[in-house]
Design a protein around this ligand. Structure first.
Ligand SMILES: [Zn+2]
Length: 129
């Protein structure tokens, strides 16, 4: 573990098209050196449904490492255009993001939670809340 580098955490989609956009957004807006990526297909849907306990626990374990071992102070949850894991419109995905936030809050980690939307140009990142 490095002592002088800063981290943030992103519960991101596994989709390769959104990795750079999310990483760059977090590095620019939260002045961190590294972004830990916890990836699943359509993580906003998985966390909103909060039904698959094995996956939820696995996400929690990885966010725990990012927050409590790397010192991440912000955890982003991502939704994006054309998501194969969550093939719904933006509006519904934003509803999922807000429910997902409640699930991640329930983990009880000392970090700010933000919700991000990545557009179809694979560069534009919108802060939902
Ligand atoms: Zn996706």
């Amino acid at each position: 573990m490095e002592n002088n580098k800063t981290f943030a955490c992103a519960i991101n989609c596994m989709d390769g098209r959104v990795q750079d956009a999310v990483k760059n957004y977090m590095k620019e807006n939260y002045s961190v050196d590294y972004v830990d990526m916890v990836t699943e297909p359509g993580p906003n849907k998985i966390l909103a449904e909060n039904a698959d306990i094995a996956i939820i626990e696995n996400i929690k374990k990885r966010v725990d490492i990012s927050v409590n071992h790397h010192g991440s102070k912000v955890v982003a949850i991502i939704g994006h255009f054309d998501c194969a894991g969550n093939p719904t419109e933006k509006e519904e995905q934003i509803t999922h993001l807000k429910k997902a936030e409640e699930t991640v809050k329930s983990f009880g980690f000392p970090a700010e939670i933000i919700l991000l939307w990545v557009d179809g140009d694979w560069q534009t990142v919108e802060l939902v809340s």
